[in-house]
Design a protein around this ligand. Sequence first.
Ligand code: PGA
Length: 254
Amino acid sequence: MTARTKIVAGNWKMNKTVAEAISLVEQLKKDLAAFSGGDVILCPPFTALPSVAKLLGSFPKIHLGAQNLHPAPQGAFTGEISAAMLRDVGCQFVIVGHSERRRNFGETDAFLREKLLAAVAAGLRPIFCVGEELPDRESGRWPVHLRSQLQGALHGVPVDVLSEIVLAYEPVWAIGTGRNATPEQAQEAHALLRKEMEALHGASIASRMRIQYGGSVTPQNAHELLIQPDVDGLLVGGASLNAESFTSIVLAVG
Ligand code: PGA
């Protein structure tokens, strides 16, 4: 089996002023000083990126990510941020296709595909999110939904782009609800995503692709999720806003 480096990312969403971001990162630098078990990414809001980048400049254990980008290189897109701008302030990662963007801002698979291509072309590594809503989970149609999201955005995407992508399985019903997927549900979905990647792009890419689980991850459930064979990391929302809880989640990597 291919050894995949674990990857834990904190998605701060629309939280933290610059001063709050600085104090959280200063604490995390102390708490994670001895950690070497995997990749750690912080995704602050756009406004805090330069300050966090500066703090992380001297701390290569934590990488910087953004929460969104626009696929165009520049131009008349009021309120948007390009991949090059994110690189310019020190980002290495960017979240693409979070369910809050799909649902609240109408982002389609085709648009997300453009974002993935633009991100990788600029040297960013996308964390690409997929996940089903509750009715699809309850009716058992969730595999159909996941396949369609993967195919919609990734069909025909070149291998050099795919190899930069981290996938995140985020069941919408688990996000911010306190109801995480069970380790068995997560493993089943991750295995399905890997199988689908294999069907679309071949065994080599599929076995190397890292797949994070996201949705109500806490210090209490992190370990049992992380020990599943196809769970290669975690994408953490609420519990990443606090140094103590995020640190214990990261340390659950081992
Ligand atoms: P949550 O969010 O951990 O607060 O459920 C996860 C996410 O949206 O990435």
